[in-house]
Design a protein around this ligand. Structure first.
Ligand code: PMV
Length: 347
């Protein structure tokens, strides 16, 4: 039973997709039009930290995000809270520990250690962390990725570490559209992730709105979902299992490019990449071309910031390359591109 306050704190890292999720077949349940695959960063990197507390003294549910109180009525938030309470109610009779918890209001306090809503998967870490903390508070064991998914689609993948796949599922209620770990983080210890913050400001078009317009207006997104991603997902899973960086890198870059192509194919078009992002793309291709193999692979989400996948042995060289072409600036505005880069040579 709750005497005083019952409290739980969790952290959840962001995940960076190598096969992108873009487009829903069911807006309410957040069911995707294609499967996706991602890598969850480690706990000491970009992550959300959430404390949830329940008390009979609390008069209403409340939430604070990075120190600022937010509306608890946000539909996605309500969905997650409601689903957790529904599961808890179902298990109440077999769980003595539940006590008065179900009669309590909750206070939620969440912080990100990186810019929010800048296309750095902040909502993924945030909702994964919220759902995990609530599940712990209400003594719910087992997979709750289908609940995190309803907060933010990509959040379901942050419920697990390492290499994670989000299956589309076939059930109408979405109960089989869940995240599964395909390999733990230590499966590929040499793999490194470099986050290049190009612009830490908020993105112009949020992913919910962006996806809706793309699904409504783009012919390319249908082709992608039906004819490209299904086989790509299999190839990517294989590449991960075999630690085949050449295939992993090539598919990662192609999939990022195709996702942004569907954004350009949206009417009116959505541009998430800026000039600096494009310079990074050229730089990576030139670098790989110089070595005659893929040594670094870029990927971009719904914003201009780049994430590079590479192997530990190449990290010092790639870091030096980026420091050379993009010397650090002290402000948060777009990085100056100071040295001219010759165009990438095409085969
Ligand atoms: O989960 P959302 O609604 O923030 O969408 C995320 C979409 C991308 O980050 C662009 C791709 C992905 O699979 O993470």
């Amino acid at each position: 039973p709750v005497t005083g306050t019952s409290q739980v704190t969790c952290t959840a890292p962001v995940n960076i997709a190598v096969i992108k999720y873009w487009g829903k077949r069911d807006e309410r349940l957040v069911l995707p039009i294609n499967p996706s695959l991602s890598v969850t960063l480690s706990q000491d990197q970009l992550c959300a930290r959430t404390t949830v507390a329940a008390s009979l003294d609390f008069k209403k549910d409340r939430i604070w995000l990075n120190g600022q109180e937010q509306s608890i009525d946000a539909p996605r938030l309500q969905k997650c809270l409601g689903e957790i309470r529904r599961l808890a109610r179902k298990r109440k009779h077999e769980e003595e520990r539940m006590g008065d918890l179900l009669g309590c209001c909750v206070h939620i306090c969440s912080e990100n250690n990186f810019p929010t809503a800048a296309g750095l998967a902040s909502s993924a870490a945030g909702y994964a962390c919220l759902v995990q903390s609530l599940a712990k508070l209400f003594h719910i064991d087992g997979d709750v990725s289908h609940i995190a998914r309803q907060g933010s689609g990509s959040a379901c993948r942050s419920m697990y570490g390492g290499f994670v796949e989000w299956t589309m599922g076939k059930m109408e209620d979405g109960s089989d559209s869940i995240a599964k770990q395909i390999a733990p983080a230590d499966h590929w210890p040499e793999l490194r992730v470099l986050v290049v913050v190009v612009n830490a400001g908020k993105k112009a078009v949020g992913s919910t709105e962006g996806m809706q317009t793309t699904v409504k207006t783009s012919a390319l997104i249908k082709y992608r979902a039906e004819h490209v991603v299904p086989s790509r997902q299999e190839e990517m899973r294989q590449a991960v299992l075999e630690r085949d960086f050449q295939t992993f890198g090539e598919i990662t870059m192609k999939d990022s490019n195709q996702f942004h192509a569907t954004c350009l194919d949206t009417y009116p078009p959505i541009f998430y990449l800026n000039e600096t992002s494009k310079h990074i793309i050229h730089l990576v291709h030139r670098y790989n071309q110089h070595h005659g193999k893929i040594r670094a692979a870029y990927t971009f989400d719904a914003g201009p910031n780049a994430v590079l996948y590479l192997l530990q042995e190449d990290l010092p060289e790639v870091l030096a390359l980026f420091h050379h072409f993009f010397p650090a600036t002290t402000n948060n505005s777009e990085r100056q591109f100071v040295r001219g880069l010759p165009d990438v040579q095409r085969k």
